[in-house]
Design a protein around this ligand. Structure first.
Ligand code: DP6
Length: 339
């Protein structure tokens, strides 16, 4: 029997950003972060056991090898998991994203979490969450392992509004869904400003955070901001949330732009868009707020009731194929097909 084990994992958008890592520990973030798990922007990864000399990897319609720089992280992660748990079986991995590759939306979060889930399912012959747990892989363990592949991936293991706590030591990092996807029908419309591969990936840019004079002041203000953002989500207060979302995203970009090797992720058009969005909001045309990851694209966060009005406003400015529409989601789904 050659069964196929699959995980569909949504991307997530951070409200309080994970930016900067503490030194001397693997994937220990400088601060706690909070995100909204998305629904449709997702990676679906399938794994099957096979007799080959090395793992094989297909992403979309292309095959990749371990020498491929672009997806090297994937093979490193498979090797890490195999070594840690003593799995010797090679896997055939097939992965597809529901969003355009290289669109600059967090494919590493959904991708590395989906890879972790599908590969562990295949290695342990687990058909569902209960099977995984019986093999010692509960949700926290799976988040810990996904995080080693890419930090933001750990939050995608949970649905709704998710907090990742850095904890007092690197082994005490914690994850929790503070509110389920049913708590608040928030939406994220992603506006694509560039589909080019980022000149500096987020892993390299994280390293530079400590060199910015703005980074330590940022860290000292974050605990208070986290509480305010959590309260805004608890109370479903879009205005309170939105104003902090924008401060948070711009502060992270200010850190990135003032590091010893400054990186500018936003182009002229994206910067103009931020100003236009704020102006339209002030004039009462739309009620939406932006956040931005370490990339060129802008996430417009709004309540479900605002979606049609915002969509019309956006479509007057740009082609519909530059917009991706999503909402808060319930987290990963696992499935299994026997052959
Ligand atoms: C800007 O998770 O991509 O999206 O751990 O090095 O893989 P690595 O970094 P990554 O960092 C993404 C950071 C961010 C903000 C966030 O998602 O919290």
């Amino acid at each position: 029997m050659n069964a196929n084990y699959s995980a569909t994992v949504p991307s997530n958008i951070a409200f309080i950003k994970y930016w900067g890592k503490r030194p001397n520990a693997p994937q220990w973030p400088a601060n706690d972060s909070l995100s909204m798990t998305l629904n449709q922007l997702a990676t679906r990864t399938s794994a099957r056991r096979y007799q080959g000399d090395d793992h094989s990897l297909r992403l979309g319609d292309r095959m990749y090898t371990r020498n491929d720089k672009q997806l090297g992280k994937t093979f490193v992660h498979l090797d890490r998991l195999a070594l840690r748990f003593g799995f010797t079986q090679k896997l055939q991995i097939t992965s597809t994203n529901s969003f355009p590759m290289g669109a600059g939306i967090a494919s590493s979060a959904s991708g590395l979490a989906a890879l972790t889930l599908a590969s562990l399912m295949a290695w342990t012959d687990s058909k569902n969450w209960d099977d995984l747990e019986r093999h010692g892989f509960d949700r926290t363990m799976l988040a810990d392992l996904s995080r080693l592949g890419s930090g933001s991936a750990c939050r995608s293991l949970f649905g709704g509004f998710v907090q990742w706590e850095a904890g007092p030591d690197p082994d005490s990092q914690r994850y929790a869904s503070l509110f389920s996807d049913e708590h608040w029908a928030l939406r994220d419309t992603v506006v694509l400003f560039s589909s080019e591969q980022k000149a500096v990936g987020s892993t390299a840019a994280h390293e530079l955070a400590w060199s910015s004079p703005l980074f330590i002041p940022r860290l000292s203000g974050l605990p208070e901001r986290m509480e305010l953002v959590k309260q805004a989500v608890a109370d479903r207060e879009i205005q309170a949330l939105g104003l902090w979302l924008e401060v948070e995203a711009l502060e992270m970009h200010a850190v990135i732009m003032t590091a010893s090797q400054p990186v500018h992720y936003l182009n002229q058009e994206a910067l103009q868009f931020l100003a236009d969005l704020r102006q339209a909001r002030q004039q009462g045309e739309i009620h939406a707020y932006f956040t931005i990851d370490a990339g060129p694209n802008i996430h417009v966060i709004h309540e479900a009731g605002e979606h049609e009005r915002l969509k019309l406003w956006l479509q007057r400015r740009m082609a519909a194929d530059r917009l991706l529409h999503d909402s808060v989601g319930a987290g990963p789904r696992l499935d299994f097909q026997s052959e």
